[in-house]
Design a protein around this ligand. Structure first.
Ligand code: G3P
Length: 210
C-alpha cells in the first residue's frame, strides 16, 4: 500500500487536492494497489464526497478528533514529523481518544527506539521515517537505511503491526527494496506532490509492488 501525504503542497490543496485524489483513485483501482490520499483537514469532506477509496487525515485535534471522522476520513496519521507530539504521554492520550471514536491510526517514529515505544500503543500501522531524509531528492530511506528498515520489520513482526516506511521514496526500486526488507508499504509526499506528471510518478511507484 501507498500513503500519499499531501502536506501543505499547493498541488494538494483545495480543487487541486480533489483532482489529485481522483487520479489516485483511478491508479489504485486499475493497479489493485491500495493507495490512500492523506489530505488537509479542510479538504476531507469534499474529497470523501467525490471518491470511493479510503481517505485519511494528516492529523487530528486531540480534543475533537470526531471532526475528521464526521467529514468522512477513515484514519489519521499521528506524530508525523510535521505534527510531532511533545512527549509520549500526550501521544498516548491522543491515540486512545482517536481509537475510541473508531478512526484507524498510523503512528510515525523517527528511529528504532521510538518505533519500539509507539508499537506498545497498538496502532493499526507503525511507520519509520528518518527526519533527515524527508523531502530528500536524491537519497531515500531505502538506499540509506536498509539495516534500520530490517530491524524495524522485526519489531513490526514481533508486535504484529504492519510497517510503513517513508522519506525520500522516489522510485519503484525504492518501493521494492522497502517491501523486500519487510515493510508492507510506503509513505510518500514530494515525489508525487512536486511532480510535473503525478500520475506517471505514482504508476512508477506502483510498479514496485508488481
Ligand atoms: O509522510 C510521508 C512524508 O513525510 C515523506 O515525505 O517528501 O520524503 O516523500 P517525502
Amino acid at each position: 500500500m501507498i500513503f500519499v501525504n499531501y502536506k501543505t503542497y499547493e498541488s494538494g490543496t483545495g480543487e487541486k487536492a480533489l483532482s489529485m485524489s481522483k487520479m489516485i483513485e483511478e491508479v489504485s483501482q486499475t493497479s489493485g494497489v491500495k493507495i490512500i490520499p492523506v489530505v488537509q483537514a479542510l479538504d476531507i469532506k469534499e474529497i470523501t464526497s467525490n471518491v470511493s477509496i479510503e481517505v485519511w487525515s494528516q492529523k487530528i485535534d486531540p480534543v475533537t478528533p470526531e471532526s475528521v471522522l464526521e467529514d468522512g476520513a477513515i484514519g489519521t496519521f499521528l506524530n508525523h514529523s510535521e505534527n510531532r507530539f511533545i512527549d509520549f504521554e500526550t501521544l498516548s492520550t491522543a491515540h486512545d481518544r482517536t481509537k475510541e471514536i473508531g478512526l484507524k491510526t498510523l503512528i510515525f517514529a523517527k528511529d528504532i527506539e521510538e518505533l519500539e515505544k509507539i508499537s506498545s500503543l497498538r496502532p493499526d500501522f507503525i511507520s519509520y521515517e528518518p527526519l533527515e531524509l524527508i523531502g530528500s531528492k536524491d537519497v531515500s530511506v531505502a538506499t540509506a537505511k536498509p539495516e534500520v528498515i530490517s530491524y524495524a520489520a522485526t519489531i513490526s513482526k514481533n508486535a504484529g503491526i504492519p510497517l510503513i516506511v517513508g522519506a525520500g521514496i522516489h522510485s519503484s526500486q525504492d518501493v521494492k527494496k522497502c517491501l523486500e526488507l519487510g515493510a508492507i508499504g510506503v509513505a510518500v509526499a514530494s515525489d508525487i506532490m512536486n511532480a510535473v506528471d503525478p500520475k506517471k510518478e505514482l504508476l512508477d511507484l506502483v510498479e514496485g509492488f508488481q
